[in-house]
Write a protein that binds this ligand. Structure first.
Ligand code: SF4
Length: 193
């Protein structure tokens, strides 16, 4: 769908220069999705893996973030292989709703109620990022914290349009449950993509 060089705004790698590769297509259907234009892959031309990586190399950073849409809808072995060969670290942001392929330096799993993750990805996740839209999402978060591996980083992130309401709830929750950390979409505060 698009590629752009910016700062990672969320989660463990927040603040780092990163080249985002956003793959078109998603069948998860989150009501609050902020990239609904990504859902229909037929709206975007196919690009070769070689061209994607060639464009990525034009920038100084060597952290590639594969996102979507839902990137696991694609077979990603060849893309991650070529990114690694060219010196990139490979991060993925996924709901885990399709089988994972590719070789990853960091897996950010953000499960969605609308289409839950496949069990196989749960123990592989380096980071669990739960979007808090309303109060019931805390129970959803606690359930998934019990399913990931012990070393997995745990983040709660306010849904952008509900941030004024849910951020104080998240702060209180983290103070009571300090294994969790707050993730903010800082790219939206500093006005970068
Ligand atoms: S999984 Fe991501 S891209 Fe797909 S609908 Fe949900 S927020 Fe949007």
């Amino acid at each position: 769908m698009e590629s752009f060089y910016t700062l990672q705004g969320e989660g463990f790698h927040q603040g780092k220069a990163a080249y985002f590769i956003r793959l078109a297509g998603c069948d998860v259907g989150c009501v609050w999705c902020d990239v609904k234009e990504s859902w229909d892959k037929n709206l975007y031309p196919e690009q070769s893996i070689e061209q994607i990586v060639k464009d990525a190399k034009k920038n100084a950073g060597r952290l590639a973030v594969i996102t979507g849409g839902e990137p696991t809808m694609y077979q990603l072995n060849n893309l991650t292989k070529l990114l690694h060969r060219e010196g990139f670290l490979t991060n993925i942001e996924t709901s885990g709703s399709h089988p994972l392929s590719g070789t990853w330096d960091w897996i950010c799993l953000s499960p969605k109620k609308f289409k839950p993750p496949l069990p196989a990805i749960l123990k592989k996740a380096n980071e669990l990022k739960i979007i808090i839209f309303n109060k019931s999402d805390f129970a959803w978060a606690a359930k998934y914290a019990g399913l990931v591996s012990p070393g997995c980083k745990l983040y709660l992130q306010p849904e952008w349009d509900k941030a004024a309401i849910v951020t104080p709830l998240i702060i209180d929750y983290i103070k009571e449950n300090p294994k969790w950390e707050l993730s903010l979409q800082i790219h939206k505060y500093i006005n970068v993509p």
